[in-house]
Design a protein around this ligand. Structure first.
Ligand code: IFM
Length: 457
C-alpha cells in the first residue's frame, strides 16, 4: 500500500535518471528566514524599513523574527541533511557584516556565517553562497542606495571581507539574486524596498547592480582561487497572448527588458538596442569600462524559474508597449503564477541556444499553495509535490535532449517571509508554525527526500 505521499504521482522519476554528481539543493535567503534583526550588531536593512512602513507588506509583518533560523540553523541544516540534499544555497545579510559607512567588519556577523558554513560542510552539504539577496543596509540607502555609484565600492568591500573569511570553505558564489527584482520591484513598481517608482531610477540602479556584479566576479576569483562564480537571474519564457503580429512583436519588446536586458550584457553584447530606443532618455548613464566589467566571464549561470509571462500589444504602455495578461483556464499556483514545467525547458534551451553560458543551474524553482495541517499534524501539499515532480521531470527530459544543466535548488527549505506578501504565502517544503517555530516536513518535502534517497516511484 502506498503512503499518501506517494499516491497518484503525476509522472515516474528517480534520482538515478540524473548524473551522480548532479547538485541537489534547496535555496533560502537571509532576511526571509534569519530573524534576529537586532542581534549581534546587525543594523537595519532596507527591508526592515520598508516592512515597518504601514501598507507595504500585505499582512503588516516583518522579517524581525521570520523562522528564527539565526538560532535554529543547526536544526535546519540537520533537516536538509536528513532529506538527502548535497547542497544548500543561503545568502549573507550585509547589515550583519558592516554596520556603518566607515565601520570595521563585524566579527559577530562573520562568526555566524562561519559556523553556518562549517555546519553545512559537516553535514555533506555543499555551500552555495549568495552575496546579495536584497537586504541592503539602510545606512547605504540613506546615501542613495544602488542609485549612488558609491554603493558599488561598498558592495565590493563587503564581498572582499566575506570571501576572505569564507573563501577557503565556500567554492560556489552567486553575486546577486534576481537583479530584476532589486531594480524594478524596488524602484519602478515600488512593490519592494526601497519602494520607489521611477523607470530611469530603476534602470540606473540595475546598471550599478550589474557593474557591481562584474567587478565582484573578478574580486571573488582573486580571493578564492578555485571559485565557481555566477549570478542568479529571474527569467521567464515570454509568450504571446494571441497569434497576431502585434502580439508577437510585443513578445520581442517584453523579452528585451525582462530577459535580454540582463543576458545580453552578461555575454558581451551590451544592452539590447531595441530597448535602449524604447526607453530613450531614461536609459542608464554608463561609464567607460562598465560594459566590459558586466561581461566578465562566468563559471555558470543560475536561473530562477517560476512561470512564463504572456503578453499582448498595448501601445499606451510606456516603455515596452506591451502588457502582461492572465489567460483564463491556465493552471495556476495560489499566487496566480502559471504552472508550466515545459516553460522551464523552453527557457533553459533558449538560453543555451542564444548565449555561451557554460553550465546552467536552476537556482530557484517552487510554488505557493494554501497549506492545511491535518489532525495528525501532517501537511498533504499534493499540488506543491506535483509541481516539484513535474518540473524535475521536465528538467530530466531537457538534459536527455542535451541541456547543460548541472543542478537544481528547490525554493524553499522553509516557509518564510515572502516579501510584500509577508507570511501569507508559503513556499516551503517544510511547514513553519510561526507561533512555536516548529518545523514539519510537508508531503512535498517527504517526497523530495525519498527521491533523493533513491526511492523508485
Ligand atoms: O521568495 C522569493 C525569493 O526571495 C526570490 N525568488 C522568488 C521567491 C518566491 O517569490
Amino acid at each position: 500500500m502506498k503512503t499518501p505521499i506517494f499516491k497518484n504521482l503525476p509522472v515516474a522519476i528517480r534520482r538515478a535518471d540524473f548524473a551522480d554528481d548532479f547538485v541537489w539543493g534547496v535555496s533560502t535567503s537571509s532576511y526571509q528566514i534569519e530573524g534576529a534583526a537586532t542581534l549581534d550588531g546587525r543594523v537595519p536593512s532596507i527591508w526592515d524599513t520598508f516592512s515597518t512602513t504601514p501598507g507595504k507588506v500585505r499582512d503588516g509583518s516583518t522579517g524581525a523574527e521570520a523562522c528564527d533560523h539565526y538560532h535554529r540553523w543547526e536544526e535546519d541544516l540537520d533537516l536538509a541533511q536528513s532529506m538527502g540534499l548535497n547542497a544548500y544555497r543561503f545568502s549573507i545579510a550585509w547589515p550583519r557584516i558592516f554596520n556603518g559607512v566607515d565601520a570595521a567588519p563585524n566579527a559577530r556577523g562573520l562568526e555566524f556565517y562561519s559556523k553556518l558554513v562549517d555546519g553545512m560542510l559537516a553535514r555533506g552539504l555543499q555551500p552555495w553562497c549568495t552575496l546579495y539577496h536584497w537586504d541592503l543596509p539602510q545606512y547605504l540607502q540613506d546615501q542613495g542606495g544602488w542609485e549612488n555609484r558609491a554603493t558599488i565600492a561598498a558592495y565590493l568591500q563587503f564581498v572582499e571581507v566575506v570571501t576572505r573569511h569564507l573563501g577557503g570553505r565556500v567554492r560556489h558564489w552567486i553575486t546577486h539574486n534576481e537583479p530584476w527584482c532589486t531594480a524594478m520591484h524596488g524602484n519602478w513598481d515600488g512593490m519592494h524596498a526601497p519602494g520607489k517608482r521611477s523607470l530611469p531610477l530603476a534602470l540606473q540602479v540595475c546598471h550599478h547592480v550589474m557593474v557591481s556584479h562584474g567587478r565582484a566576479v573578478a574580486l571573488i576569483r582573486a580571493q578564492v582561487p578555485d571559485a565557481q562564480v555566477g549570478i542568479a537571474l529571474s527569467l521567464h519564457p515570454i509568450r504571446a497572448a494571441s497569434d497576431s503580429a502585434a502580439d508577437q512583436a510585443a513578445v520581442q519588446r517584453h523579452d528585451g527588458l525582462r530577459n535580454r536586458w540582463f543576458l545580453d550584457p552578461l555575454y558581451g553584447r551590451g544592452y539590447p538596442q531595441q530597448v535602449l530606443e524604447l526607453v530613450g532618455d531614461d536609459a542608464p548613464r554608463i561609464e567607460a569600462g562598465d560594459m566590459d566589467a558586466i561581461a566578465t566571464p562566468l563559471d555558470f549561470l543560475g536561473v530562477n524559474y517560476y512561470f512564463p509571462e504572456v503578453v499582448r500589444d498595448a501601445p499606451e504602455q510606456y516603455p515596452l508597449r506591451s502588457e502582461i495578461v492572465h489567460l483564463a483556464g491556465r493552471e495556476r499556483t495560489a499566487f496566480g503564477w502559471e504552472v508550466a514545467p515545459q516553460g522551464m525547458v523552453e527557457l533553459l534551451q533558449r538560453i543555451e541556444r542564444d548565449y555561451p553560458t557554460g553550465p546552467l543551474y536552476v537556482t530557484e524553482n517552487g510554488s505557493t499553495y494554501e497549506d492545511h495541517v491535518s489532525a495528525d499534524g501532517s501537511i498533504a501539499d499534493v499540488q506543491r509535490r506535483d509541481y516539484l515532480i513535474r518540473h524535475l521531470a521536465a528538467m530530466r527530459d531537457a538534459i536527455a535532449a542535451g541541456a547543460n544543466i548541472h543542478g537544481y535548488f528547490a525554493w524553499s527549505l522553509l516557509d518564510n517571509f515572502e516579501w510584500a506578501e509577508g507570511y501569507l504565502r508559503r513556499f516551503g517544503l517544510t511547514y513553519i508554525d510561526y507561533a512555536t517555530q516548529e518545523r514539519t516536513l510537508k508531503h512535498s518535502g517527504h517526497w523530495y527526500s525519498a527521491f533523493l534517497h533513491g526511492a523508485q516511484n
